[in-house]
Design a protein around this ligand. Sequence first.
Ligand code: HEM
Length: 521
Amino acid sequence: MSILSAPFQQLCAIFGSITFFQWIAIFVVFVFYIYWSLTKNYGKFEKQGLFSIPPKLLFGNNQDLFLQTKPMITCYREFYNQFGNNKCGICYEGPEAKFYVKDPELIKQVMIKDFDHFVDLNFIPKELANMPVNEFGLANALGDEWRALKSSITPAFSLKNIKNIGTNINGPALDVIDSLKKCQNGVANMELYSGYFAMDCIGRIVFSIDFQTTKSGGNDFVKYGDGFFESWRFAFASLIPSVAKNLNFAMFNPKSTGFFLKLAHSVLSGRDGTNAYPPDVLGLMMKIRDGKLIPEDDDEKGSKQTMAAKCMDNDMICRTLMQFFMDGYDTVSAMTTMCFYYVAHHPEVQDRLIDEVDELSGRVGTNITGDDVKDLHYMTQVYNETSRLAPFSFTLRRCTKPWKVPGTEAVIPVDMGVVIPIVGLHYDPTYFPDPEKFNPDRFSTENKHKITPGTFIPFGLGPRQCIGMKIAQMEAKILMYQVFRNFRLEPSESTPFPPKWRSDHFNRIQGGCNLKLISRV
Ligand code: HEM
């Protein structure tokens, strides 16, 4: 008796009877099918009057980005310039057509006025977003679930709470100073210390735990925090999302997501049963879960409270906490690093910054609080100018209700991705004259009103704006305050100006940020 099943035997018989010319025909049909699936979206929206840049087969308009032949910032700047005077148009990410919005008025319409048509962030392709391996907290939540979660979690990030956090993160800043003093009058890689600091801050803000990252000169928290993003994963999933879906493909490194999820679950289970809600982000989420927190903008029936409590089970708590590590570590670390970089390369800016720091230091000394930070006006200008020059290059939306493009016949359909070109706007000479120049005075009281609304958006815009914006700014300012109280920074040979961006990262520079430390005390 044959060990092969009957259907398999039939299949073998069919294949065996196919002639050479029939094989060629099958191959040709297969090649045409692949070609058709890669190009079926090309030209569809152009027929409705939208501009596009001619796409390349397989890569669309993103070849350099996918192959990492150019840094992300460079790719997105070139791309923005290729759109010329068009207010919007179509760009191709691999085979997928996306709506590209360049005009600030249209950007405000998409992100604020017509938000109902573009509710979802779109960092994970739709095909992959609903797989457990890619389900994270707030940033991935959709529609009403997202609304309820965001309005419940937002109080943890309110100005009042942030001010309290200020005192909390002074400790991690002083740890950095202790370490820097050991390499006094030497060279320090400020990228490393900004990373340690960002990790220690997030440990305290989220769990009230001191990770002691700086004190121990690095640990598993930074190892796994550094490992979250692997650009090849984004390239693969964007180019062939249907294959990625079948492979149950993870958009972020599963070792890192697994590490922080396990951490979140273990801290949560340690707290449960104690009936305590410590004043940190985890404590707040536990309150939401237990129906003990009423969102500020809730209606009389308490609909948002009910909805938030329903969404906020232990799994969602841990996924959201993990997401705060994902979103709040690398971004803060990179931006703070770049603040040091630009200041070190601009001694005249550093003089003014140090004057301001010394003035505050005369009043408060080491113990700066969240309230004191608001007096650091020039530092705010420095931070803003840094986030203009070294932002995350873009943000995304997904169309959730058909939207007619003003002034055209084109209609953006549900599920279409939308690209908002942050870095392109930030370097556009129409909005920021002499855009390559590091000039914090663009953000002075006299000048900031001249900035066209919708053109300076390092943290996004509208209801989906970054929830961690104020924390990120507070963290950077407290570290800068402590560093410039103690040191002057000077560039080293290995960290030249202008910045040489890395091609495998969003906004980090090649070789780290090695700066000379000149003691001031
Ligand atoms: C310099 C630091 C940071 C930068 C440049 C940054 C940038 C951004 C941007 C551009 C967005 C998309 C906003 C939009 O499309 O309108 C975003 C969203 C988000 N960020 Fe940040 N971020 C930073 C720090 C943080 C921190 C510290 C946290 C958390 C502790 C955080 C958590 C989030 C979350 C949860 C979202 C999604 C919000 C939502 O879906 O409603 N970010 N961020």
